[in-house]
Every structure is written in C-alpha cells, then in structure tokens.
Design a protein around this ligand. Structure first.
Ligand code: GLN
Length: 289
C-alpha cells in the first residue's frame, strides 16, 4: 500500500461514505482525527502530511465500519454534549444535541432558586449526559441519576469520573424502583424511550445500532412517559417540577397526562429544529386532591 497524505485520505473516505452518510466529509475527518489522536484543525493545518501505513490501514477499517452504518460515536467511543466529552457505547443512546434544550430549561428554572441546594433526579441517565451537564453548571445541587441497565450505570460513572464531577450519585434502578421512598426531589428530569415500535425511523441511520430499550415504548411511545408522570408524584417535593423529553408529535398527549395527574403550569419547549421536544409541569401536593 502506497503512503497517502491526510488530504488524500479525507477525499477517499468522503467519496466512499457519500452515499451512506449525509455528513460524509465530516465523518471522514472525525475518523482520521481519531486514528491520529488529533483535532480536526490538525488535519486542516497539515493536509500534505504523509501518513504511516498502519494509520491508513486503521482508518480504512473505520471507514468500512461507518459504511456499514455504525454510528460515528460508537466507533470513536465519544460524543460531545453540553460542550463536555462523554464516553459512549452500545449499552446506551448516543446523546442528542436536542436534549441540550432540556438541560438549558432545567437550568433556567433552577436559577431562580439561587444558591439553594436543589435535589434533582435523572431517570434513565444512559451516558449520564443530562445529570452530569447539570452538575457541571450547578455544583451545589444534589443529583441522583439512575438507569435500569448496569452497563449504562458503569458508563455514566466512568463519565462522572472522567469529568471530575463528584456531586452525582449514579445507581441501578428501573425508573423509581430503587430510589429510596424517603427521598424527595425539587426537579425530576428524564429522556425516556418514546418511539412507537412501528416507527420507520427505527430502521434508518444511527438508531439501528442503539438499544431498542432506550428508544421504544409501548402505547404509541407514551407508556414510560405516563409511568414516570404517575410515579413522580410520590417523589417530587411540594411544587417540584418534572421535565420530560418526548417525540415531536407527543406534546398534546404528554400535557394531557400531566393535567390528568394533577400537575399544573404544563409547558412545552421546542428543540433547535423547531419541533416540540420537552414538556414540563409542576406538582403541588396540597392542591392535587
Ligand atoms: N430523539 C431520539 C430519536 O429520535 C430518541 C430519543 C428517545 O427515545 N429518548 O432518535
């Protein structure tokens, strides 16, 4: 195999990936940066650098994996979320940029409490993206993060350690099952599974490689959302707020479930694409019955 330059490898990778990925060039750059352990800016700075055969070989292998549909973040094992690096693996969903909307609005809500040590729970934390992003901004908060999958718990703990965030307690629990009934939370957040099992998106792109248990819920994708809304009432402190990510056509139904369960002030927030993505509401214990 003849040695090739950075520029040549990027153009070969882009060409190979262009029919299977709508971000072919970026994918090629990320994969080559990963092989060389360098930022993409390095690739722009040294386009004519000749690479060793071993790097070329490894790069070609990774391009082949991407060609078969594997998500970039599972190949590199990393995804940036809230400007923080998160380790990723197929045990969990890859953090989505749209979920940053949820983090942003929890922070806006939390700011009105100043330095109060708010208690917060993240249900189905996966990589830990939501809980750890909140902890990075609000180091005085006391945060619990749970996931039913032990591999996800291990991954979230690894991310907490890597980010040096020590205020989040991460443990195994199927929704509230292992959360102590003595605990109450000012804020509960979740990005639960909410896709209907018949949804064609499940057969397209990166989601094909992600765990179905993190994506799909019964009852048109609403079963886990409804379950969380019902159970959270026992765990929210008086006036506490529940923030839920959901599908772009689910906001009316999610609001309905909130209201049917005695929550107040239900509000929906749109994601970066202008789609309904997060609905949140407060639960006032006194007025609920
Ligand atoms: N928003 C994600 C998607 O459409 C799904 C996330 C979820 O199910 N919680 O791929």
């Amino acid at each position: 195999m003849q040695n090739k330059t950075i520029k040549q490898l990027i153009s070969i990778g882009t060409e190979l990936l262009k029919n299977s990925s709508d971000s072919a060039k970026l994918d090629a750059q990320v994969l080559l940066g990963f092989v060389l352990n360098k930022a993409i800016t390095y690739l722009h700075t040294w386009p004519d650098k000749l690479l060793a055969e071993a790097s070329t070989f490894q790069y070609n292998e990774l391009v082949q994996r991407r060609l078969s549909g594997e998500p970039i973040s599972y190949i590199t094992g990393m995804k940036e979320f809230w400007s923080l690096p998160f380790f990723c693996n197929p045990a969990t969903l890859i953090p989505r940029p749209d979920t940053e909307i949820l983090v942003e609005h929890v922070l806006i809500y939390g700011q009105s409490f100043g330095n109060e040590k708010l208690k917060c729970l993240d249900l189905g934390t996966g990589t830990g993206a939501i809980a750890l992003s909140l902890a990075s901004e609000m180091p005085h908060w006391i945060i619990d993060a749970v996931d039913f999958n032990n591999d996800a718990v291990a991954l979230a703990n690894k991310n907490a350690k890597n980010l040096d965030l020590t205020t989040v307690e991460i443990y195994q629990s199927d929704w509230f099952f292992q959360v102590s009934s003595n605990k109450s939370f000012d804020i509960i957040v979740s990005n639960p599974p909410y896709i209907d099992d018949q949804d064609i998106h499940l057969k397209q792109g990166d989601v094909r490689f992600e765990p179905l248990s993190a994506l799909v819920a019964e009852n048109n994708g609403l079963a886990d959302i409804a379950n969380i809304i019902v159970q959270a009432k026992s765990y929210l402190s008086d006036g506490g707020a529940l923030f839920l990510e959901h599908g772009y056509k689910q906001s009316d139904k999610v609001k309905e479930i909130f209201i049917a369960n005695g929550y107040i002030e239900a509000m929906t927030i749109k994601d970066y694409g202008g789609n309904d993505r997060v609905t949140w509401a407060k639960f006032n214990k006194d007025k609920s019955h």
